[in-house]
Design a protein around this ligand. Structure first.
Ligand SMILES: [Zn+2]
Length: 71
């Protein structure tokens, strides 16, 4: 009778607290779907901190190649 109750939840944006800067950031539905599709864990850091982390990784690995991607 009520089969669609649980399986058809309406996705919505969620707030996550960044583990680094402790700011809340929005994890939007589209991103959630993307992460689920890839079966990634939900992010624990805001985009700013992820950026920072990437830069740290870059400097740590000391890659000579300068990233071609431009934001
Ligand atoms: Zn953060």
């Amino acid at each position: 009778m009520s089969e669609q109750v649980m399986s058809n939840q309406v996705p919505e944006d969620i707030d996550i607290e960044c583990t680094w800067c402790k700011n809340n950031f929005v994890f939007c539905v589209k991103e959630q779907e993307f992460f689920k599709e890839k079966s990634y864990d939900f992010p624990k850091k805001c985009k700013e901190c992820i950026k920072k982390k990437k830069q740290i990784n870059k400097t740590r690995t000391k890659t000579k190649t300068i990233s071609k991607e431009s934001d």
